[in-house]
Design a protein. Sequence first.
Length: 301
Amino acid sequence: MRARRSLVDLSDLTVPEIYALFDRAEAFEAADPGRLLSGTSCVNLFFEQSTRTFTSFNLAELRLGANVVNLWPKDMSLATKGETIEDTAATLSAMGVNVVVVRHSKPGFPNLIMSAFEGHVINAGDGAHAHPTQGLLDLFTIRREFGRIEGLRVALIGDIVHSRVANSTVNGLLQLGAEVVLVGPEVLLPASYSRDGVEIERDFERMLPEVDVVILLRIQRERFNAETMSDADFIAGYQLNAARLPKLKPGAIVMHPGPYNRGMELDDAVTEFTGWRYARQVHNGVYVRMAVLDFLVNGAA
């Protein structure tokens, strides 16, 4: 049985552990923690393109003093020589690699690595399944803004069905006691997504005055099997823009996991809104990922 912990989704963490990670991230931001991962080898294995997550993990690993290797699928034996991902994982273990951070379009892909790798695996996004560190940094950002998560009302807007971010963030919000509203058309938000603690709403404007946090999501057309709705229909029903911003609850904030599409889920007025927290999310992501790496490698102490 594998003794070393990994992070595939937020369900791998208890509520006390999530709060301990928040405290650790705040401490790392306040003061350089030093080379806590000195002698640790981290491999970043990204099968999908990434700017924020890839760079954030690299910075987190380097700031903690780790040895960092970035592998690209086109350069790997599994792409050209018939090697399986399990073979690759076993090879990395034999080389003494301690941490693999992986992103892949296939849900469950990190588990294939875990089956043959003796170190820690961190899921940096697997298909539409999960993105736990994005969920953590979203939760961390909300908590720093309001001083709490319990009792807040949080809405996620847009392409829920294709969003790994939505899955992880919703699970985390429920773990920490928030109320969740999912907002979108039926084609992007099936009614089956309703569950205890999760409300489905089709009327974007009716919901705006009722929530403390709005999290906008990108339309992920690269995951569509067929056209679901026109851009014009989505914009008319679900874009946050200059006309809708005044309907927000006073003190509400707007977030986005990125990349965001100006003219689709938001317009320029949102990026100029005083409650826009995208840059804060990106900033927080480095420290949250530092905290996750330190927690997995060095333990809870």
